[in-house]
Design a protein around this ligand. Structure first.
Ligand code: NAP
Length: 341
């Protein structure tokens, strides 16, 4: 197989490249050369997806059996459409990494691949769905952009496409700082504020498993649309945080705080206590079609252990603003712990 990875130097794209090379596939990557360094063994082409001439120059490196598009988290549907049109004559198939945020019901409702997808035209620009600064309602901007980008891929590749919708992705190389924060917090020890209760479920997928499934899909045929999360009900917060304690050799002690206590204390969901979200659908995504198509999801304890090993190596990615968004101020944590201990 000969594939083009849009991205390929950073987190998921890097895992896709490593996985493809391990399969003996030929890999071309396309990035601007800002995030990470190219993986040895891949042909690195540099250019900007927002520049038509760069896309034309990229197409000259084809043909490919498949494109795996991991670099469109912040690109407008129109940019994805322009690129997909240029690449359509040069590639048999397109695997687009979307997100569960493309569903209207996320994170409020349980979701399956049958759930309603947000609006978002395939040729929308970056302003589509943007909200006024004083907006306090639900923020569907990212989801609308990704839903539009999905339609852009289908406009160019029709039934030669896979659309994959992961939930949260964790694992070695995670630049967002979610699992790294919990690991560092566990390492620090003491009384550790744990959100909700130990039996509450959680569904992150390992970056390497998402990458392997994207590669499987590159070799597939027909239109395929799948959610990509850990199985419903398999992983719990208790198991996750225990794994963080064990992996780091922590002497810390988990102190579980009910949602209401955290909400009343003004703890920001998703960021201050990373991955904590009270919405009923945040971890209720049915990925059964992906499992039927061959997706394999390793136990979360392995993701935790391997991410800790990666952190210990000091291999942090380039500084990323999202890393600093994560974590609760120790004084705020202590004041909440005093209420629940
Ligand atoms: N992380 C998660 O938890 C999560 C969850 C669900 C879905 N997803 C989706 O998974 C995909 C991969 O996410 P990610 O976090 O691994 O990577 P990402 O931050 O979306 O993409 C970064 C990669 O794309 C390249 N890139 C960015 N803009 C570019 C441009 N204009 N032209 C050419 N290359 C460009 C970057 O290299 P240069 O900067 O060097 O150009 C880098 O290699 C995204 O589509 C995201 O929406 C992620």
């Amino acid at each position: 197989m000969r594939i083009l990875v849009m991205g390929g130097t950073w987190f998921l794209g890097r895992a896709v490249v490593n996985g493809a090379l391990a399969r003996g596939w030929e890999v071309t990557t396309f990035t601007r050369g800002r995030s990470g360094v190219p993986v040895a063994g891949a042909v690195a082409v540099h250019g900007d997806r927002e520049q038509p001439s760069d896309l034309t120059a990229l197409a000259a490196h084809g043909p490919w059996d498949a494109v795996v598009d991991t670099s469109a988290s912040e690109l407008a549907p129109r940019t994805v459409l322009d690129g997909a049109k240029v690449l359509a004559p040069q590639a048999q198939r397109y695997v687009y990494i979307s997100t569960v945020s493309a569903y209207r019901g996320w994170p409020d409702e349980p979701l399956s691949v049958e759930s309603e997808v947000l609006d978002g035209p395939p040729d929308a620009d970056a302003d589509y769905g943007r909200l006024p600064p004083d907006w306090t309602g639900p923020d569907y901007y990212y989801g609308r952009q990704k839903a539009g980008a999905e339609r852009a891929v289908l406009a160019a590749f029709a039934d030669r496409a896979s659309v994959l919708r992961p939930g949260v992705i964790l694992g070695p190389g995670e630049y967002v700082g979610r699992l790294p924060w919990w690991l560092r917090r566990a390492e620090r020890g003491g009384a550790i504020l744990a959100p909700g209760g130990p039996a509450r479920t959680i569904q992150p997928a390992d970056v390497r498993d998402v990458a392997q499934f994207a590669l499987d899909q590159a070799a597939e045929s027909g239109l395929q649309i799948h959610n990509v999360t850990a199985p419903l009900g398999r992983e719990t917060w208790g198991g996750f945080l225990d794994a963080c304690l064990r992996t780091t050799g922590s002497t810390g002690r988990l102190v579980w705080a009910p949602d209401e206590v955290l909400l009343n204390a003004g703890v920001q969901q998703w960021t201050e206590l990373p991955l904590w979200r009270t919405h009923a659908g945040a971890w209720a995504v049915d990925s059964s079609t992906a499992f039927a198509a061959g997706f394999r999801s390793r136990p979360l304890v392995e993701t935790v252990a391997d991410t800790w090993a990666w952190l210990q190596q000091g291999n942090l990615p380039v500084p990323h603003p999202r890393w600093a968004e994560h974590g609760i101020d120790p004084a705020k944590e202590t004041s909440i712990l005093e209420k629940v201990s």
